[in-house]
Design a binder for this molecule. Structure first.
Ligand code: PEP
Length: 252
């Protein structure tokens, strides 16, 4: 399975800077054996798409979606609208949204299912807080979040959803989760997927690690069994640094 690296700009870069980032990143030497996507704010999707032109690398991702295609939902954006920009992936349930915007497991499940149905691959973010980690509750939290998130997903027979294990305490903290601990968390996630979709499907499910990944430590993650790539926040903001990180993720 090909390594997948997804940049998450979070709430950075409006249309002008987004276009410049894409053009600068396109000048980087991009590894063929790594799938690369960039999750941009909704308002910057058009500019990112325009700067990409006919190029398909990086793939476009969104950071959020609603679960209904149209209607009286002021301020929301639907999977159908995201499709118009050629969005291929969409983050769902990022811990910043769970914490700051009250996104629940039920909302995450609805969003993931609606995206999958529309043909956009939901990238479902799960992970324990520092307090839960200290209490030894990591596996319990992951089992709960993952089983809730996949409740309405269908077995599409191919990669139609991705997980990102993002321990909340590792995000933006400069304290990445050791690769061996990430491996155990990924095994827990895979075991929950296996219960619903079977072992073969679980084996093919892409599970990313996210939390303080940079160009120096990416190699440890992508060479760890069961870690299929990374979701990258801070280290994706500079296109040259992100290019370096993508090259460092190349299989040796
Ligand atoms: C994230 O926002 O998903 C993330 C992993 O951020 P960072 O890489 O900055 O820890």
């Amino acid at each position: 399975m090909k390594t997948l690296i997804i940049a998450n700009w979070k709430m950075h870069y409006g249309p002008i800077k987004a276009g410049a980032w894409i053009r600068a990143f396109r000048r980087e030497r991009l590894p063929k054996d790594v799938d690369i996507a960039v999750a941009v704010p909704h308002v910057s999707l058009a500019a990112a798409r325009a700067s990409l032109g006919r190029a398909s690398i990086p793939a476009l991702a969104a950071q959020n979606s609603f679960w209904i295609d149209d209607g009286a939902y002021t301020g929301e954006t639907s999977p159908a609208m995201l499709l118009e920009f050629g969005v291929q992936y969409c983050l769902v349930g990022h811990s910043e949204r769970r914490k700051n915007l009250g996104e629940t497991d039920d909302m995450v499940a609805k969003k993931a299912a609606a995206l999958q149905k529309s043909g956009i691959i939901p990238v479902i973010c799960v992970g324990e807080t520092e307090a839960q980690n200290k209490k030894g509750e990591t596996n319990k939290v992951l089992r709960q979040q993952v089983s809730a998130a996949i409740a309405d997903l269908k077995d599409g027979g191919k990669v139609s959803f991705v997980f990102a294990y993002e321990p909340v305490w590792a995000i933006g903290s400069g304290k990445p989760c050791p690769a061996q601990r990430a491996k155990e968390a990924h095994e827990t996630i895979r075991s929950v997927v296996a219960k619903k979709f079977g072992a073969a499907h679980a084996q093919e499910t892409i599970i990313l690690y996210g939390g303080s990944v940079d160009a120096r430590n990416i190699g440890e993650y992508v060479t760890t069994t069961g870690v299929n790539g990374a979701l990258v926040g801070g280290a994706s903001l500079d296109p040259r640094v992100f290019g370096l990180l993508c090259r460092a993720a190349m299989p040796t």
